[in-house]
Design a protein around this ligand. Structure first.
Ligand SMILES: Cc1cc2nc3c(=O)[nH]c(=O)nc-3n(C[C@H](O)[C@H](O)[C@H](O)COP(=O)(O)O)c2cc1C
Length: 196
C-alpha cells in the first residue's frame, strides 16, 4: 500500500553501509532502499553516507575539540539526519570494522547519534547477519539510538535463487517488498519519536 499521508517536513535518513567493498550487497540494499523511497515511501529521503574516507579511530587526531575534516563532515551528516538506516554484513559474528569505526567517531562528545530512530538490514553469509544485528543493537544502547524491532530483515547471500546480481544490486522482488516494509516502519517510528 502506498503511503497517503506525506509527513512535512520530509524525514531525512542517513544510510550507512558496513562494507566498503565495490560490489557490496549491503550497499546494494541501500541503493534499492533509495529507489523504493523515491517511488513509494513519500515524505522520506535517504542519503548514503560513505564511511570509507574516515581514518581509523584515534583520539590523538582530535585537536582543540576539532576532528579531522572527513570526520567532521561525517558527524555533520549524521547530526542533520532524523534517522539512520544501517546496512551491514556480519564479520566473525559481529559488526565489521568500517561500521564500528564510523559509530565510534560519531559517538565522541557530543554524541551525534543520540535520540535518533534507526533500522538495521543485513546481507551476509549463513546467518544473514542476525548476530551482527544484535551486536549493533547493543552498541545502540550506549549511543542512544532507538531501533525498530520489526520487521526483521536479513539476506543470506548463499541462498538460491540469488537475491543480488554480480554488482551487488538487489534483484529479488520479494526482498524489495520486505525492504519497503522496513522503510515504512522506520518512517512511522521516526514520526512517533519526534512527536509528529
Ligand atoms: C572477515 C570476514 C568475516 C566474516 N564473518 C561472517 C560471519 O561471521 N557470519 C556471516 O554470516 N558471514 C560472514 N562473512 C561473510 C560476509 O558477511 C559476506 O561476504 C557479506 O556478503 C559481505 O557483505 P557485502 O556484500 O556488503 O560486502 C565474513 C566475511 C569476512 C570478510
Amino acid at each position: 500500500m502506498e503511503d497517503t499521508v506525506v509527513p512535512s517536513p520530509v524525514i531525512k535518513v542517513a544510510a550507512i553501509c558496513g562494507s566498503i567493498r565495490k560490489a557490496s550487497t549491503n550497499r546494494g540494499l541501500i541503493r534499492s532502499a533509495i529507489e523504493i523511497c523515491e517511488e513509494s515511501v513519500k515524505g522520506m529521503q535517504i542519503e548514503l553516507i560513505d564511511v570509507s574516507p574516515l581514518p581509523m579511530i584515534n583520539t590523538d587526531l582530535e585537536v582543540e575539540g576539532r576532528f579531522p575534516p572527513a570526520v567532521e563532515e561525517f558527524r555533520q551528516k549524521v547530526l542533520a539526519a532524523d534517522s539512520i538506516l544501517f546496512a551491514s554484513p556480519e564479520y566473525n559474528y559481529s559488526v565489521p570494522p568500517p561500521l564500528k569505526n564510523a559509530i565510534d567517531w560519531a559517538s565522541r562528545p557530543p554524541n551525534v547519534w543520540a535520540d535518533k530512530a534507526a533500522a538495521i538490514v543485513s546481507s551476509a553469509g549463513g546467518s544473514g547477519g542476525r548476530r551482527a544485528q544484535h551486536h549493533l543493537r547493543q552498541i545502540g544502547v550506549f549511543v542512544d539510538l532507538h531501533f525498530i524491532n520489526k520487521p526483521e530483515f536479513s539476506v543470506n547471500v548463499h541462498e538460491l535463487p540469488k537475491k543480488f546480481d554480480s554488482e551487488g544490486n538487489l534483484v529479488d522482488p520479494k526482498t524489495k517488498e520486505k525492504l519497503k516494509q522496513v522503510l515504512q516502519a522506520l518512517q512511522r517510528f521516526t514520526l512517533r519519536l519526534q512527536g509528529r
